[in-house]
Design a protein around this ligand. Structure first.
Ligand code: 8X3
Length: 250
């Protein structure tokens, strides 16, 4: 089936206030989508929405009422990009702060499920919905100090697989895009509690870590395949990164 280019397609992007989310909102808008930019930081998403001709909806994905309000604003949704997420800390399991783990499970997993539940009627209403869950290579491998984040991202992979099984037969595709090392303004700085030196060390000597735009390009490609083409998973890393522990540094 070829795409119906006569109707404006709506995309919802969570975590659209920065990084991969903002880049994805721009990339989808460039492909003709009406993009609903959802995030907590209203000033940022309003600026972005004005730039791309989209719509800003303030949304905290941890708050059921806030997510319900997002769903109410989007009766029809062709593409949902569950991008909001993040990491805190790099402690060994032995020393881990369970409140950090709880936050990571909340934001990366429960928030994604909450938004998906709320928007499934709108995805069905589109007649041809695509859900792109932004996972991570942290959902493919373990590394020391990463278990709070890697276990949450493994959950994103499994939730994506389960949803694909459960929705089989419906006109909704589910893809997990799993990036490796991406240098964004906030991910590592947030992870290390604002410590810029620690954040910079993550990328030290790496020739071209991925940029948010590289991942946005992959998400947009997934979201614009013909209706019968389902991309289950897409792992994307910089050339310099072969595995968690195998990163070429000059
Ligand atoms: C980020 C990838 O390697 O920092 O999602 O966990 S990693």
């Amino acid at each position: 089936m070829s795409e119906d280019t006569t109707q404006t397609r709506t995309a919802v992007v969570t975590g659209a206030s920065s990084g991969i989310g903002a880049a994805t909102a721009r990339a989808l808008a460039a492909q003709g989508f009406r993009v609903v930019c959802a995030a907590r930081r209203t000033d940022r998403i309003e600026e972005l929405a004005a730039e791309i001709g989209g719509v800003a909806v303030s949304c905290d994905i941890q708050d059921p009422d806030s997510v319900a309000a997002l769903a109410a604003a989007v009766p029809t949704c062709h593409v949902l990009v569950n991008n909001a997420g993040g990491a805190i800390g790099a402690d060994r399991v032995e020393d881990a702060d369970l409140d950090d783990w709880r936050w990571m499970y909340e934001i990366n997993v429960l928030g994604l499920v909450r938004v998906t539940q709320a928007l499934l009627p709108a995805l069905r209403a589109s007649g041809d919905g695509v859900i792109v869950n932004v996972g991570s290579t942290a959902g493919r491998w373990a590394y020391e100090g990463g278990a709070g984040y890697t276990s949450a991202k493994h959950a994103v992979k499994v939730v994506s697989e389960t949803l694909r099984l459960e929705l089989n037969g419906e006109p909704i595709r589910i893809c997990e895009v799993a990036p490796g090392m991406v240098r964004t303004e906030e991910f590592s700085v947030n992870r290390f509690g604002g410590d810029q030196a620690k954040a910079d060390a993550v990328y030290a000597g790496v020739d071209h870590p991925l940029l948010a735009e590289d991942v946005a390009d992959a998400i947009t490609w997934v979201a614009t395949r013909p209706s019968h083409v389902d991309i289950d998973e897409l792992v994307i890393k910089p050339r310099a990164q072969a595995a968690a522990h195998k990163v070429h540094r000059s």
